[in-house]
Design a binder for this molecule. Structure first.
Ligand code: MGD
Ligand code: MGD
Ligand code: SF4
Ligand code: MO
Length: 905
C-alpha cells in the first residue's frame, strides 16, 4: 500500500508498506515514483523503522490520566487508563472553562499553548487539528522545544528576507563547487539530497566541507577543512576579502551587481541611502551622464566604486526622521562593502580559524573560477545565468551569535558572482514567514526602494507591539520574524521558558498557560539544560500530551491521548515543487498517508480527535467552516466544484479526507480530474509537472525589475535603531547586545569568545573548560522522535561514534584516555557521561556528542545510557547573553573531560 514518510524535515518521501492479513510486514520503495520523486520513490532507513514503531510493545494504547498531582522527574505520575469519553471530556471541560473566562489572561497572553516539534513535521501527522486550533482562537506557540532557536534559525529569518529562503541549499543538480560550513547534508538532507549529491559526485562536483570534525558529509567530500568552532564568519569574510579586495571588479558579476542588487545605491556619511530630493528614491551615480539618478532611472550605467559629490539629497533615518543633506559625498554600497572587508585578509582569518591562509585563499579562488561568470543555461526555454557555485551552512553555523555574519557572507558570496537564485547557485527552498506558503515565487512583490516587499514587525513609535502577544515576545523583540502562522514558533522560544521562571528588568513575568498541548516534541530531552527545563515543565498546571510511548515530557502530563500513528491514519499533504532540505522536484501535487493497518489498541485518528474536541467545545460549526475554507489542505469549494462538508455535524475522517482529495485534484486540474480517497489509496500520489524555472527566484525579480536587498543593510540599520529606542523607552536594556547586530555591514566581533565569557558569567574559570562541545545528527534518527525504536539503534551502531563522545585520539592520549573508556564531560551547567570514541578526524580542542539522548523515561532509549550535549548547554541567565538578535542560540558550549573511577574498559 502506497503512503508517505515525513518523519524528518527532509521529506515527504514516498514508500510502500507490504501488508499481509492486516499486519504491516515491511517497508519498500514506491517504484511508481521513479522519474517523479527525486529519489525515485525510495524512503530512507528511518522509514523502515515504522513497522517497529507501529508494533512497539511500549506504546500508550489507551487514554490515560495522571493520579499523582505532584509532578517532576522523581514523581511516579500514577497514570491510569481512562476511556476516550472521559479523556476528551476532561480536556473539553478545561477548555470550556477558559472560553467562559476569556481566551487571554490578564496580561493579554493566550491561556492555551501548544508545542509541535521537529521542524514542523508534526503537521503532516496531525490531520485536521489545525482547523480546531484556528476555530479556537488565540493560542500561544511560544514554548519551544529544541526545534526553532537551535535549528537553522537565523537562516530562516535572514534567508526569507533576502531571497525567500526559509532554508537554503545548493542547486546540486547543476552546481560544480560547494563550500559547506557544517551543512551535514549526507546525514540530514534525506533521500532526495543524498541521491542528488551522489549523482553530482559522479558528475565531478567538488565539495569542500569546513567543519570541526570529520562528519559523514566531510568523509564523502573532496576536502575536509577542520575549522575552529564558531569562527566561520572569519573564514567567509576572508573569502569575501579575496573576491572584493584582491580580485579586479571586472572578474565579478558586474551586470548582476548593477541591476539586481543595491550595490550601486549611494550611501551618505551617516550610513543611510542618499535619496532623490523629489522622489525620495535611493540614488545611484550614473557614469553616462556623470550625475546622480534614482535607482530605477532607465538606461543608467551606475558606478559600483568611487565617491561622488551630491549637491542635495534626503536620508530616511529612524522613526521617520528625514534629513536634508547639502553637498555630501555618496559612495556606492558595494564600495563600502569592499572597505568593510578590507582588513579581513586570509592571513587575519587564519589565526582565528586555525586554517592556513593559503587554504582560505585557494577555496575563494576555486569558488570564483567555478562561477562561470558570463555563461548562461537554458531552462524551460528561458535563458538564465549559469553560476555553478554554492555555499551551504549547517546548524550551529546558521544560528546563534555569528549566524548573522555567516548568513550575510554566504548570501553576499553568491551575490558578487551572480550565483544567487540562478541555475547552479545558492537557492532558497520554501517559505514559512512570507505568504503564500505553497508558492515561494508568488511572495515576490514590489516593496520599498526597488526591493521585494517584506513584512517585518513594526518598530515605529505608534505601531510597535510593546505588550507581547505571546510568551516569547516575537513581535516585540524580533522585527524580522514577522507575524505569520509560523512566526511565533520562530520567536526566541527559550525566553518564554526562562521568563516564566524569572523575568528580566521591566518585563512582566508571564503566567504559565493554563493548558499546554504537546505533540511529537520532547523539550525535556531536545532543548538546553534539560534538567531545569524538565523542572519548569513540571510546574505547568495542565498538560495534554499526544503520546505514542511515554517520554520525558509527557511524564509530566495530566492527560495522555494516544493518536493513531504513521501507518494507522489518513492525511493528504502537498508534495513536490521545492521544499526543504533539497526537495527539488519536476512535479508537484499531493501525496496520501493512508491507514495501512488498523490502529493498535485504542489509538484514534487525529482527525477524529480534532473533530471530537471541536464538538465538545461547541466549535463544530467554526471547525467545519475552517475545513471548508482550506485548513485541512485546500479550500473544498472552487470554480466549478464544491465538496464542502456540512457544518452542523461531526463528519467522519474518511468523509473529510475524501472531500479534501477531490478538492485538491480538482484545484490542480482546474476541475478536469477528480480523484477521490479510494483513487488516492490505490495510487498514493497525484502530481502534475512543475517547471524547473520555478526552482529559481531570479526570474521573478528580474521580471518585476526588483533587486536583492544585498549587500548593504540600510533597513536593518534603521530598524535596529528604532527597536533600541522602543525598548529603552520601556527601560529595557537587557537586549542591548542583540541590538548591536543591526548593522548595515557586519563586522567581526570575536564570536567564539562569547561562550568563554558565558563561563565567567556563570562563575566558572575558562581554563577549567578548555574544550568545545558540539553535536551532530545521526542519519538513522529523526531528532529524538525514533529513539525508542531498536532497529534505529542497531543500524546506527554501524556508525563510528554512535551513542558516544567523539574525541581526538591524540588529545585523549595526552590525558591517558583509551578507546571505549567511560568519561564525564562537564560544563558550568551540568555533566554527562559516556564512552569515548577516539578518532583522527576531530579537532583536538573539540568533542562531539551525536544526537539527543540521555533519556530517563522513553522506553528502550532510557536503557541505552547514551550521553547528551543538552545536559551541558545552559538555559538560564547566561543564555540571554548567548542569544542573537533573531532570538536564536546554538548547540555549543565550553566543556572539560574528566576520567572517572572505573571508567576504563
Ligand atoms: N543534542 C542535540 N539536541 C538537539 C539537536 C541535536 O542535533 N543535538 N537538534 C535540535 C533540532 S535541530 C531540533 S529540530 C529539535 C527537535 O526536538 P523536538 O522538537 O523536541 O522533536 P523530537 O525530538 O523529534 O520529539 C520527539 C518526540 O515525539 C515523540 N513521537 C515520535 N513519534 C510520535 C508519534 O507518532 N506520536 C506521538 N504522539 N509522539 C511521537 C517521541 O516519542 C519523542 O518524545 O531537537 C534539537 N535538539
Ligand atoms: N537524519 C536526519 N536528518 C535530519 C534531521 C534528523 O534529526 N535526522 N533533522 C532535521 C533538522 S530538524 C535539521 S535542523 C537539519 C539540520 O541539519 P544540519 O545542519 O546538517 O545538522 P547537523 O548534523 O547537526 O550538522 C551540523 C554540523 O555542524 C558542525 N558544527 C558544529 N559547530 C560548528 C561550527 O562552529 N562551525 C562549523 N563549520 N561546523 C560546526 C557539526 O560538526 C555538525 O556535523 O537536519 C534535518 N534532517
Ligand atoms: S528522509 Fe526523512 S521524510 Fe524522507 S524517508 Fe527518511 S525520515 Fe522519512
Ligand atoms: Mo531542526
Amino acid at each position: 500500500m502506497p503512503t508517505y514518510c515525513y518523519n524528518c524535515v527532509a521529506g515527504p518521501d514516498l514508500m510502500t508498506v507490504v501488508v499481509e492479513d492486516g499486519v504491516a510486514l515491511h517497508v519498500e520503495p514506491n517504484h511508481a515514483g521513479t522519474g517523479i520523486h527525486p529519489a525515485d520513490g525510495r524512503p530512507c532507513v528511518k522509514a523502515y523503522g515504522l513497522v517497529q514503531k507501529t508494533y512497539n510493545p511500549n506504546r500508550v494504547l489507551t487514554p490515560m490520566k495522571r493520579t499523582n498531582p505532584l509532578k517532576g522527574k522523581d514523581q511516579d505520575p500514577g497514570f491510569v487508563p481512562i476511556t476516550w469519553d472521559e479523556a476528551l471530556d476532561a480536556v473539553a471541560a478545561r477548555l470550556n472553562d477558559i472560553r467562559a473566562r476569556g481566551l487571554l489572561d490578564e496580561a493579554g497572553l493566550p491561556r492555551v499553548a501548544a508545542t509541535f516539534g521537529h521542524g514542523g513535521t508534526p503537521a503532516s501527522y496531525m490531520g485536521t487539528l489545525p482547523a480546531f486550533l484556528a476555530a479556537w482562537g488565540p493560542i500561544d506557540y511560544s514554548l519551544g522545544s529544541g526545534q526553532g532557536v537551535k535549528c537553522t534559525h537565523s537562516e530562516h529569518l535572514y534567508g526569507e528576507f533576502w531571497h525567500r529562503a526559509f532554508t537554503v541549499c545548493s542547486d546540486t543538480v547543476n552546481t560544480r563547487y560547494i563550500v559547506s560550513f557544517g551543512a551535514n547534508v549526507e546525514v540530514t538532507g534525506g533521500v532526495c539530497a543524498v541521491r542528488r549529491h551522489a549523482d553530482a559526485r559522479i558528475r565531478g562536483i567538488k565539495r569542500v566541507q569546513v567543519e570541526p570534525h570529520l562528519s559523514v558529509t566531510a568523509g564523502c567530500s573532496a576536502e575536509w577543512v577542520p575549522i575552529k568552532p564558531k569562527t566561520d564568519p572569519a573564514f567567509m569574510f576572508a573569502m569575501l576579502n579575496v573576491l572584493l579586495c584582491e580580485t579586479p571588479l571586472e572578474r565579478l558579476d558586474v551586470e548582476f551587481l548593477k541591476d539586481r542588487t543595491n550595490s550601486p545605491y549611494l550611501v551618505g556619511p551617516d550610513g543611510y541611502y542618499l535619496r532623490d530630493p523629489e522622489t525620495a528614491k535611493p540614488l545611484m551615480w550614473d557614469t553616462r551622464s556623470g550625475a546622480p539618478v534614482p535607482f530605477d532611472h532607465p538606461g543608467a550605467v551606475p558606478a559600483l566604486a568611487g565617491a561622488y559629490p551630491i549637491a542635495a539629497a534626503l536620508a530616511h533615518k529612524a522613526d521617520g526622521e528625514v534629513v536634508r543633506h547639502q553637498a555630501v559625498t555618496g559612495r556606492p554600497s558595494l564600495a563600502l562593502t569592499v572597505e568593510a572587508m578590507r582588513s579581513y585578509t586570509p592571513e587575519w582569518a587564519a589565526r582565528l580559524c586555525d586554517v592556513p591562509a593559503a587554504t582560505i585563499r585557494r577555496v575563494a579562488l576555486e569558488y570564483l573560477d567555478n562561477a562561470c561568470i558570463g555563461q548562461t543555461m537554458e531552462v524551460d526555454g528561458r535563458v538564465l545565468p549559469y553560476r555553478p557555485v554554492a555555499v551551504a551552512l549547517g546548524k550551529t553555523v546558521n544560528n546563534g551569535w555569528g549566524a548573522f555574519e555567516c548568513c550575510w557572507a554566504r548570501t553576499v558570496l553568491a551575490t558578487v558572482v551572480g550565483a544567487l537564485e540562478v541555475p547552479g547557485g545558492t537557492l532558497g527552498t520554501t517559505v514559512r514567514i512570507n505568504r503564500p506558503h505553497e508558492n515561494r515565487l508568488a511572495t515576490v512583490k514590489p516593496g520599498e526602494d526597488g526591493f521585494m516587499a517584506c513584512n517585518f514587525n513594526p518598530t515605529s513609535p505608534d505601531k510597535w507591539i510593546s505588550k507581547p502577544t505571546g510568551r516569547n515576545a516575537h513581535r516585540t523583540l524580533v522585527p524580522h520574524v514577522g507575524n505569520g502562522p509560523w512566526s511565533q514558533a520562530l520567536g526566541p522560544t527559550h525566553l518564554a521558558w526562562m521568563f516564566m521562571r524569572e523575568a528580566p528588568d521591566n518585563w512582566p513575568k508571564p503566567a504559565m498557560p493554563e493548558i499546554w498541548f504537546a505533540y511529537r516534541t520532547n523539550p525535556a530531552i531536545s532543548f538546553w539544560e534539560i534538567e531545569r527545563l524538565a523542572d519548569t515543565i513540571a510546574h505547568m498546571p495542565f498538560i495534554v500530551a499526544f503520546a505514542y510511548t511515554m517520554d520525558e515530557t509527557n511524564h509530566m502530563a495530566d492527560i495522555l491521548l494516544p493518536e493513531a500513528t504513521d501507518l494507522e491514519s489518513t492525511q493528504l499533504i502537498r508534495a513536490g515543487g521545492t521544499k526543504f532540505v533539497e526537495q527539488h522536484w519536476e512535479h508537484q501535487g499531493y501525496v496520501l498517508r493512508q491507514k495501512v493497518v488498523e490502529p493498535q489498541g485504542e489509538a484514534r485518528d487525529f482527525t477524529w480527535i480534532s473533530t471530537e474536541l471541536a464538538r465538545r467545545t461547541g466549535l463544530l460549526k467554526e471547525y467545519n467552516e475552517r475545513l471548508n475554507r482550506g485548513l485541512a489542505l485546500v479550500p473544498l469549494k472552487g470554480e466549478g466544484y464544491d465538496f464542502s462538508l456540512p457544518t452542523d455535524r461531526a463528519n467522519e475522517p474518511e468523509a473529510i479526507w475524501d472531500a479534501v482529495c477531490k478538492a485538491a485534484s480538482a484545484e490542480m486540474t482546474g476541475g478536469a480530474e477528480i480523484k477521490d480517497l479510494e483513487w488516492m489509496k490505490e495510487n498514493g500520489f497525484f502530481v502534475k509537472p512543475f517547471k524547473r524555472t520555478d526552482w529559481y527566484l531570479y526570474p521573478s525579480l528580474a521580471d518585476q525589475g526588483l533587486r536583492f536587498e544585498l549587500p548593504y543593510q540600510e533597513r536593518l540599520l534603521r530598524i535596529g535603531e528604532e527597536l533600541g529606542r522602543r525598548l529603552h523607552e520601556q527601560g529595557i536594556t537587557w537586549w542591548d547586545e542583540q541590538l548591536g547586530e543591526y548593522q548595515a555591514l557586519p563586522q567581526w566581533h570575536h564570536v567564539p569568545d562569547r561562550w568563554t565569557e558565558a563561563v565567567i558569567a556563570s562563575g566558572g574559570d575558562p581554563d577549567d573548560y578548555p574544550l568545545w562541545g558540539i553535536t551532530t545528527k545521526s542519519m538513522q534518527y529523526s531528532t529524538g522522535s525514533n529513539s525508542g525504536i531498536p532497529l534505529m539503534n542497531e543500524v546506527a551502531g554501524n556508525m563510528r561514534g554512535h551513542g558516544r563522545i567523539i574525541m581526538n585520539a591524540g588529545a585523549a592520549r595526552k590525558m591517558g584516555i583509551v578507546q571505549g573508556e567511560k568519561v564525564e564531560v562537564r560544563s558550568t551547567t551540568g555533566f554527562t557521561r559516556g564512552q569515548v570514541e577516539l578518532v583522527q578526524g576531530c579537532r583536538p580542542d573539540t568533542i562531539v556528542i551525536p544526537g539527543q539522548f540521555q533519556h530517563w523515561k522513553t522506553p528502550y532509549a532510557k536503557d541505552l545510557g547514551y550521553p547528551s550535549l543538552n545536559a551541558l548547554t545552559p538555559l538560564s541567565e547566561t543564555t540571554l547573553a548567548l542569544t542573537d538578535a533573531t532570538g536564536s542560540g546554538a548547540d555549543i558550549v565550553r566543556v572539560a573531560i574528566h576520567r572517572i573511577e572505573g571508567g576504563a574498559p
